[in-house]
Design a protein around this ligand. Structure first.
Ligand SMILES: NC(=O)c1ccc[n+]([C@@H]2O[C@H](COP(=O)([O-])OP(=O)(O)OC[C@H]3O[C@@H](n4cnc5c(N)ncnc54)[C@H](OP(=O)(O)O)[C@@H]3O)[C@@H](O)[C@H]2O)c1
Length: 251
C-alpha cells in the first residue's frame, strides 16, 4: 500500500492504536485528520504535530457523523483513506440478576453503528478518488471470544463478516478494504492497567509490525495480521478452537 501523500481520517485518533497510526502516517508526510471525543487531547496532539487536523466527535451520534462527513468533504475533498478505529471494550456480566444492557448497547453503537454510519457517509468522497483505502480495526477476539467482553467480541466478529461483504461489493471500484486485527496490545482500551500489562504487546512494537505489513501489497484477503494474533485468527482452522477458547475462558 502506498503510505505517502495521502489524506487520512482516523477515528479513535486521540489515544492508543489510532494515535500511534496517526503519528506514523503524519511522519510520512500524509495529511492526517484525527477524530475523537476528548477535545483537550485533540488540541494537544494537533499542536504537537503541525499540519495534523483534529475533529471532535462522538461516534454514537449519527448527526455528528453526518457533520464530520460534510466537514471532511468541504475541507479535505481528496480524502482517500478512512481508518475506522474508534472502539470501546467493557466488562459484561450476563449471569447477574440485573443485566447492564446499556454497556452492550454502547458497544454496538460505537463499534458497529459508528463504523457503518461513517463509512456510508464518506463513501461518496472516497469513491471519487483514483484509488482509496478503508481500513477498519477489528480484534483477535473476533475469532475466539472472551466471554466477559461478550458484546465487544461479537461486535468485532460482526465487522469481520461485514468487511468481507464490503470488500466484495467494492471490488470493481479502486477501493481496498483492509481489516486490522490487533492482538492484546498495551493501550488503555480496557482500563489503565492494560497499558502496563506484560501480557499485552507493546504498542510501539505493534505499530512497527503493522506499518511494515502495510508497506507491502495488501494481501488478497485484506487482513493485516501480526504474528502475535495468528494463534487466535487460525484457532478454528488449526482444529484447536476449544483449547484456545478454554485458555481465554477458564472454567
Ligand atoms: N488494545 C488492544 O488490546 C486491542 C485489541 C484488539 C482490538 N483493539 C481495537 O483497537 C481500536 C483502538 O483501541 P485502543 O486499544 O487504541 O484503545 P484506546 O486507547 O482506548 O482508543 C480508543 C479510541 O476510540 C475513541 N472512542 C471511543 N469511543 C468513542 C466514541 N463514542 N466516539 C468517538 N471516539 C471514541 C477514543 O477517543 P475518545 O475517548 O477521545 O473519544 C480513543 O481514541 C479499538 O477499535 C479496539 O477495539 C484493541
Amino acid at each position: 500500500m502506498n503510505l505517502t501523500g495521502r489524506t487520512i481520517l482516523i477515528t479513535g485518533g486521540t489515544s492508543g492504536i489510532g494515535l500511534a497510526l496517526a503519528e506514523a502516517f503524519h511522519q510520512r508526510g500524509n495529511q492526517v485528520i484525527i477524530a475523537g471525543r476528548r477535545q483537550a487531547l485533540l488540541d494537544e496532539i494537533t499542536a504537537a504535530h503541525p499540519g495534523m487536523h483534529g475533529h471532535q466527535i462522538d461516534m454514537r451520534d449519527s448527526a455528528a457523523i453526518t457533520g464530520l462527513a460534510e466537514h471532511v468533504e468541504a475541507l479535505f475533498p481528496d480524502l482517500d483513506m478512512l481508518v475506522n478505529n474508534a472502539g470501546i471494550s467493557q466488562l459484561e456480566a450476563w449471569d447477574e440478576d440485573t443485566i447492564d444492557i446499556d454497556t452492550s448497547l454502547a458497544t454496538i453503537e460505537t463499534n458497529i453503528l459508528g463504523v457503518l454510519r461513517l463509512t456510508a457517509a464518506l463513501l461518496p468522497t472516497i469513491s471519487r478518488q483514483p484509488s482509496a483505502t478503508i481500513l477498519t480495526t477489528t480484534s483477535g477476539l473476533a475469532f475466539v471470544p472472551r466471554s466477559n467482553y461478550a458484546t465487544y467480541c461479537a461486535s468485532k466478529a460482526f465487522l469481520h463478516s461485514w468487511l468481507q461483504s464490503l470488500r466484495h461489493q467494492l471490488r470493481r471500484k479502486s477501493i481496498e478494504v483492509i481489516e486490522l486485527t490487533p492482538p492484546y496490545v498495551q493501550t488503555q482500551l480496557a482500563g489503565p492497567q492494560q497499558a502496563n500489562d506484560p501480557a499485552a504487546m507493546p504498542l510501539a512494537d505493534y505499530i512497527a509490525e503493522v506499518i511494515a505489513l502495510l508497506d507491502e501489497p495488501a494481501p488478497a484477503d485484506g487482513e493485516i495480521l501480526v504474528e502475535r494474533v495468528k494463534a487466535l485468527r487460525t484457532a478454528e482452522r488449526r482444529g484447536v478452537y476449544r483449547e484456545v477458547f478454554a485458555s481465554l475462558n477458564p472454567a
